[in-house]
Design a protein around this ligand. Structure first.
Ligand code: CTP
Ligand code: CA
Length: 224
């Protein structure tokens, strides 16, 4: 492993990261998903390995290789991600929810391909998926939790609302209304909030941003 001497702020800690999109089957050939590339979550996994952590990356389908030195668990659906996280959460010190989890899934997956009919409308019924990050934070002995919030408006209010509502230790907000950052981009910028403070990490490449974010997480983890 490539590791410059000195800075290993997460030495010996277990870090679990969710990344990428989920896919929710509609029928055998179709699914609901989103534009998440997984780049931010994978950058965090690489940065956490570099920082000395034992890293578990629970990932939806993406076109990225697992960073060297981390254990990757590949899943498709939100329910599978929830199961994979729940089964492995016990010894986790820091949990980072970076996945773009589908909030809803089709209430049933048709066994056969849905055929086109002569009707102009087709209605899908969706049911809510479990909140993976929320469930981790609600454990009786939760790890340090960092969530992400992708917002198109009122970034600070919505992000702080998620911090409080999900009982997180920290939340990193993306303003996805701005071009060139966030979804699918190699660059990103984050506003980070915790109970007693906030900071902004200006636009840079996602690996650099991940390193800065993990330094902040390591400092707050040690305070806790
Ligand atoms: N998250 C999760 N499980 C879900 C939905 C979201 O773990 N079923 C996590 C995401 O990984 C992210 C955080 O919760 O870290 C916030 O996700 P976001 O979609 O911004 O918030 P939601 O609570 O789903 O609210 P909304 O989509 O309405 O903004
Ligand atoms: Ca959501």
């Amino acid at each position: 492993l490539i590791q410059s001497a000195g800075k290993r702020p997460l030495q010996g800690l277990c870090v679990m990261i969710t990344a990428g999109p989920t896919r929710e089957a509609i029928d055998p050939v179709r699914y609901l998903s989103n534009h998440s590339s997984g780049k931010m979550g994978y950058a965090l996994a690489q940065a956490a390995v570099e920082a000395g952590a034992k890293v578990t990356l629970v990932s939806g389908p993406v076109s990225l290789d697992a960073p060297l030195g981390c254990e990757r668990v590949l899943i498709q659906t939100a329910q599978q991600m929830h199961n994979a996280v729940t089964e492995r959460i016990a010894k986790t010190d820091i949990f980072i929810g970076c996945a773009a989890v589908s909030d809803y899934r089709p209430s049933l997956c048709e066994e056969q391909k849905i055929k086109k009919t002569d009707k102009d409308k087709l209605t899908l019924t969706l049911v809510k998926n479990p909140d993976i990050l929320g469930d981790v934070a609600a454990l009786s002995h939760p790890p340090f939790t960092l969530g992400f919030a992708a917002e198109t408006q009122q970034v600070k209010q919505y992000a702080q609302h998620k911090l409080v509502n999900k009982k997180l230790d920290m939340i990193a907000a993306n303003d996805v209304s701005k071009q060139n950052i966030g979804f699918n981009s190699d660059m990103n910028a984050l506003n980070v909030y915790w109970a007693t403070g906030e900071t902004s990490l200006p636009i840079t490449d996602k690996l650099n941003l991940a390193r800065q974010l993990l330094e902040l997480v390591a400092a707050k983890y040690k305070e806790k």
